[in-house]
Design a binder for this molecule. Structure first.
Ligand SMILES: Nc1nc2c(ncn2[C@@H]2O[C@H](COP(=O)(O)OP(=O)(O)OP(=O)(O)O)[C@@H](O)[C@H]2O)c(=O)[nH]1
Ligand SMILES: [Mg+2]
Length: 596
């Protein structure tokens, strides 16, 4: 008799010990194997189930595949051999049968529920809207992080609030740094016969011996007759000298983000723009910047400990793009993190020291002779980043807690790329997730931007137009406005960004206004400005036209020019602009998706 070809398959894994479902082994974890290829074990098992078949003798040649299957087929008058395997026992009582059927019905219901759930999840996945991704670009100190703070204030205030206390150390450092830089200028004003300040002078070790050193040293000081500085100033400078240690300690506590950009020389404005750039060689420096710095003073160890994973909106989380993180192991800049909570005592000691220097810091800033020296040397700390000397008494108070405005004005540079998640609760697109990427703007950090160009919806580009007379911190030969224009040109002409909506913030308009009001002439730094009025609206209009020309000329495809005159430290005005931008980006996104 010809052996019928079985219509069932089992996997090698189960070796036929499990029931089959729809002709395929239920324990399938490997490729199904035709039953004909099975070792003898399956056949012997089936034959024992079908007790009609006599067991073959161990010595018998019938212990091979062919005779066993022959036996099995003979035995199986039932059409499905596996049904026999799971058949209820022949001696099942009515009660047992009832229980079995109940259990089977329950199992079916559970199985159907799971199927429904999987189906519903699949549908929801299909329906979920992709996040809108916005990248903030611009040179260092252009106001990118300050713009993020405006988004946080407007749309994620609880997370802004959660971080606010941690900014105290940053604000203290900003304050001390202003004092230090004033001290540096004043020290230069002293005549050469005056003993140098700083490291050559034996510094008082504590506030107790300040007076002794003061008396001893000031006796020999003979300030220049042309300098407005007197022995009182020298004494003041000497008393403030220990603040330099406070600054160093705070910088150490806050990490790399708290130091300002060092001069780097000839790094190009846009490292990705020019043929030789290979993005995979670079990595994002993620262990620095706000998050890490704030975590340090909050006593949180590790960079992701407060990252947002589908929860609170608006807090930073670093999520490097795959193309970036792949290489991050070798090229990531390492920064040793202190032990959890280890920076807290240092930060508190610094706060106490600052309180004890409050009146001297106030005296320094309020002194007309000091102002005269700063003016003469062209130094205007009040127009620089993170300036808090006007509020020294409030900030150097024992119980000081930063206000919203203090946080917005605080300066801490961004060194990697930081991602902020926002889930907007109101409006037509409620529930839509936004991802905002804040990057480090120094020239040496711009290579890390490129991987983020990939699938971005919009770029907010910040150009600080008050900087037309300033040099880049990284390269003193480069004018800051020139750098912004070069960078804008590179962004406009980058092919991968051809369809990305570009929004230009001509920022620091408040400082532009102040600068021109005190007599700085645009034409002295921008010769093509010739013949135009030296006022802020005219200058802003002129700069805007330059940016627009570049967009028109260098965009691979025609696109709209959206620009705003901003002062992002003005949170009220910025809130209105941010709302308009949000609406605009959303509309553009919907239009792209053909929803509008
Ligand atoms: N007066 C004034 N200050 C501003 C304005 N925008 C930003 N600032 C200040 O400038 C400093 C630098 O701003 P950030 O937002 O940190 O600059 P950034 O572009 O993030 O800089 P990097 O992180 O180094 O790339 C901060 O102290 C801000 O408060 C503005 O429109 N007017
Ligand atoms: Mg920043």
């Amino acid at each position: 008799m010809n052996m019928p070809t079985p219509a069932v398959h089992v996997t090698p894994a189960c070796k036929g010990r499990c029931p089959l479902v729809h002709g395929v082994c239920a324990a399938a974890s490997g490729s199904p194997v035709p039953i004909t290829a099975l070792p003898v074990r399956l056949a012997t098992q089936k034959t024992s189930n079908a007790s009609a078949l006599a067991s073959p003798s161990p010595s018998s040649k019938s212990n091979t595949l062919t005779p066993s299957i022959t036996a099995m087929t003979r035995d199986l008058a039932t059409p499905d051999p596996l049904a026999a395997a799971i058949m209820p026992p022949s001696d099942e009582t009515p009660a047992d049968r009832w229980a079995r059927e109940q259990a089977e019905a329950h199992a079916r219901r559970v199985s159907e529920q799971i199927d429904d759930q999987i189906k519903a999840e699949k549908m929801a996945m299909k329906k979920r809207k992709p996040p809108i991704k916005v990248l903030l670009l611009g040179q260092s100190e252009s106001g990118k992080s300050t713009t993020v703070k405006n988004f946080q204030l407007a749309y994620a205030y609880s997370s802004f609030l959660a971080e606010r206390a941690a900014w105290r150390a940053v604000i203290h450092l900003n304050l001390v740094r202003s004092v230090s830089s004033i001290m540096n200028v004043l020290t230069k004003e002293l005549p050469p016969t005056t003993p140098a300040f700083g490291y050559e002078l034996p510094l008082p070790r504590s506030s107790v011996d300040i007076d002794e050193v003061e008396v001893e040293e000031t006796a020999s000081v003979n300030p220049s007759t042309t300098s407005p500085l007197t022995e009182t100033h020298v004494a003041l400078l000497r008393r403030l000298e220990p603040l330099r240690d406070v600054q160093r300690n705070l910088e150490r506590s806050l990490g790399a983000a708290s130091t300002e950009a060092i001069q780097e020389g000839s790094v190009s404005a846009a490292p990705w723009d020019g043929g030789k750039f290979r993005p995979q060689e670079f990595a994002v420096t993620s262990r620095s910047g706000w998050k890490s710095a704030l975590n340090r003073v909050r006593g949180i160890r590790g960079e992701d400990s407060d990252s947002v994973k589908g929860g609170v909106a608006g807090r930073p989380s670093h999520q490097p793009r795959p193309s970036v993180s792949r290489k991050s192991g070798s090229s990531r800049r390492s920064e040793s993190l202190p032990e959890a909570g280890g920076t807290q005592p240092t930060v508190e000691r610094a706060a106490e020291a600052i309180v004890s220097f409050a009146s001297d810091m106030h005296a320094l800033w309020a002194d007309p002779a000091v102002k005269a020296v700063l003016d003469k040397r062209g130094m205007r700390p009040e127009e620089g980043p993170g300036f808090f000397l006007n509020d020294v008494n409030r900030i150097a108070a024992q119980d000081y807690q930063p206000s919203d405005d203090d946080v917005v004005r605080a300066r801490l540079r961004t060194m990697g790329v930081q991602e902020y998640r926002f889930i907007f609760e109101k409006g037509s697109e409620a529930g839509r997730e936004w991802l905002i990427y804040d990057v480090g703007g120094a020239r040496s950090l711009r290579h890390a931007w490129y991987p983020y160009f990939d699938d971005i919806n919009a770029i907010i580009f910040l150009a600080p137009i008050s900087c037309f007379d300033e040099a880049l911190a990284e390269d003193k030969r480069v004018n800051r406005l020139q750098d912004s224009l070069l960078l804008w040109k590179a962004v406009c002409s980058t092919k991968i960004l051809a369809r990305v909506q570009l929004i230009l913030f001509l920022n620091k308009c408040d400082l532009l206004q102040k600068k021109l009001a005190r007599g700085v002439r645009v034409v002295d730094h921008v010769p093509t400005y010739h013949g135009r009025p030296n006022d802020a609206p005219s200058a802003a209009k002129y700069f805007r036209a330059q940016f627009k020309d570049i967009l028109t000329k260098y965009s691979p495809e025609q696109r709209g020019f959206y620009s705003y005159l901003t002062s992002v430290v003005d949170t009220k005005a910025t809130a209105i602009q941010v709302a308009a931008i949000r609406e605009g980006i959303q509309r553009n996104h919907l239009k792209d998706a053909d929803i509008l």
